[in-house]
Design a protein around this ligand. Sequence first.
Ligand SMILES: NC(=O)c1ccc[n+]([C@@H]2O[C@H](COP(=O)([O-])OP(=O)(O)OC[C@H]3O[C@@H](n4cnc5c(N)ncnc54)[C@H](OP(=O)(O)O)[C@@H]3O)[C@@H](O)[C@H]2O)c1
Length: 308
Amino acid sequence: MKYLQLKDDLKVSQLAFGCMRIAGMSVEELEDLVKVSLDQGINFYDHADIYGGGKSEELFGEVLKRNPDMREKMVIQTKCAIRRDKVGYFDFSKEHIINSVDESLKRLQTDYIDILLLHRPDTLMEPSEVAEAFNELEASGKVKYFGVSNMNSMQMELLQSGVKQKLLFNQLQFSPIHAGMVTNGLFANMKEAQAVDHDGSILEYCRLKGVTIQPWSIMQASWEEGTFLDNPDYKEFNDCLQEFADQYNVSKTAIVIAWILRHPANMQPIFGTTKSKHLIEMCAGCDIELSRADWYYIYTKAIGRMLP
Ligand SMILES: NC(=O)c1ccc[n+]([C@@H]2O[C@H](COP(=O)([O-])OP(=O)(O)OC[C@H]3O[C@@H](n4cnc5c(N)ncnc54)[C@H](OP(=O)(O)O)[C@@H]3O)[C@@H](O)[C@H]2O)c1
């Protein structure tokens, strides 16, 4: 496993364990999977208050309770700000941020969260109000570090203008199939549809500002389609991944990991598997260094992309 040293006391594994899909597991199954991940050198666990309606954090908390020595080996991240009441909405109010952290702490059975992310941009956000929440959470020791998710560059700038804590992470959907943040950069200043900037050059912004991008849904074609792995609609891409998998004697998923890690943005992909076999297969990707030509080959084969 490789690691990113982001602060003196913040060393995170390059691969992160996503907890969105764990709610249906038993405590024993999750405990086994977490132990496998620790054995692989993974130390980073990504949660959200809404995963499984709170069940994911609760189950994870049970695992921590059964294994009191585990907590200090882990970097635990959670998110807040997506709410579902009468309607779905986003909430960066001080009250909601603080209450949500308190509830997550209870469910996770821990007294601190390493990193708190704001899950989706709230257009009604007041940076000064978020600042009050962050300051209170930091001063009480409940949260050590902060970041965001699904934000474009100007939204990050706006929020950063009000909060004193550096926003360390931005969690964004990214995979060889969902690679818009790469594509619009490649087509800069051209008339083709690929030049449309959907995210304010977030990839370049994060590199400039030293923000770690955490790609999510790295094996998914889209929410609607599910995974692209062995999906007949993505046959050419699967054949391409298999070609490299055979060459390096690893799984196709290891090649996806190697592709994401080859980008110099130094991303921290978050996987969502619930199977130890799949987890171990993906870790092998950390040791593969793809060439520049191979990187572009996979990018173009993914959905028959053309370069400008
Ligand atoms: N910030 C956000 O808005 C946001 C949104 C979505 C997700 N996330 C975070 O990102 C994490 C990952 O998202 P995700 O779960 O969509 O990621 P993913 O890793 O792309 O998807 C995992 C899915 O692919 C399946 N899969 C099938 N074959 C596989 C194989 N050979 N190897 C690995 N997986 C295989 C997994 O099933 P098996 O269990 O059978 O392996 C699982 O259902 C989440 O847990 C969450 O922490 C964040």
